[in-house]
Design a protein around this ligand. Structure first.
Ligand code: SAH
Length: 260
């Protein structure tokens, strides 16, 4: 479980264009906004939207998350839709949220730190390991062209798929399996993000990274990890150590043999 004590860590441009004049990506985004706002029940969606903006200001911008596309998307994607009803009121709190199977949705700041390090570009093809709730998958879907997300628990994958479909995301595929080996048939990937702690950056994932690509992985054991960013430049890996963090284990062939 991510540590609960770890405390570091819109709207489209309105123009006179008719919907038919927008490209398919913009139209999909507009459709999602309509879906998000239809979820309004007795002002709940307005309340959540205020909490989301507060989260962006006090947890992200105040801690130096600067990427404007990322901040805009985190102010828009309804994080509360990805957690169990009993946790919805705390969905925008400065901490992780429990998921079934003993897993957690990461703290918003940790999600932002990892996504900022990825420096996503709209044309990127992304591999995500550890779908969990699908919250981060939704952010990736907003920021990149196509996302493949691998989850080891089929129960979590099913719930995440359903939530992502309900919110209108079409450029994501959730696959059940051991993501520590990557997803060779769909690679290479421009960006890879691992949301579970690994003993080292899995070599299979480095092999499936494009030239100029970036991979972010929490590396370390149950006592805590450090977030590592690896960039592939002229075929050679360039490593940057980012911050301390605490994740659930990556369980698999190139991860840990079992849950902690
Ligand atoms: N980012 C997610 C939370 C991830 S929690 C969110 O936004 O909700 C880490 C997830 O990694 C858990 O769901 C866990 O089941 C999954 N996981 C652990 N080892 C894995 C592996 N080898 N392959 C795929 N998923 C794995």
């Amino acid at each position: 479980m991510e540590s609960w004590a770890w405390t570091f860590a819109c709207g489209s441009a309105r123009s006179k264009k008719s919907a038919a004049e927008f490209g398919p990506e913009t139209q999909a985004r507009l459709n999602r906004q309509v879906r998000f706002s239809k979820m309004s029940d007795n002002g709940q969606s307005d309340r959540m939207s205020i909490l989301r903006r507060q989260m962006v200001e006090s947890q992200l911008r105040a801690r130096n998350i600067r990427d404007p596309r990322l901040l805009e998307v985190m102010a828009r994607v309804p994080r509360h839709e990805f957690v169990d009803e009993k946790f919805q009121s705390e969905a925008y709190g400065d901490h992780p949220i429990p998921l079934p199977e003993g897993q957690t949705v990461s703290q918003p700041y940790m999600v932002a730190l990892m996504l900022e390090a990825l420096a996503l570009e709209p044309q990127n093809v992304v591999l995500e390991i550890g779908t969990g709730s699908g919250y981060q998958t939704a952010l990736l879907a907003e920021l990149a062209a196509q996302t493949y997300s691998v989850e080891r628990h089929s129960h979590l994958a099913e719930i995440a798929r359903a939530t992502l479909a309900r919110l209108g995301y079409q450029n994501v595929a959730v696959i059940v399996g051991d993501g520590s080996r990557g997803l060779e048939e769909f690679g290479p990937f421009d960006r890879i993000i691992v949301s579970a702690a690994a003993p080292q950056i899995p070599p299979a994932l480095v092999d499936q990274l494009s030239e100029g690509g970036r991979i972010v992985v929490p590396v370390g054991g149950p006592g805590g990890q450090e977030l590592q960013l690896l960039r592939k430049q002229d075929g050679a890996p360039v490593l940057t150590r980012l911050d301390l963090c605490r994740f659930v284990p990556l369980v698999g062939a190139q991860g840990f043999p079992s849950d902690w």
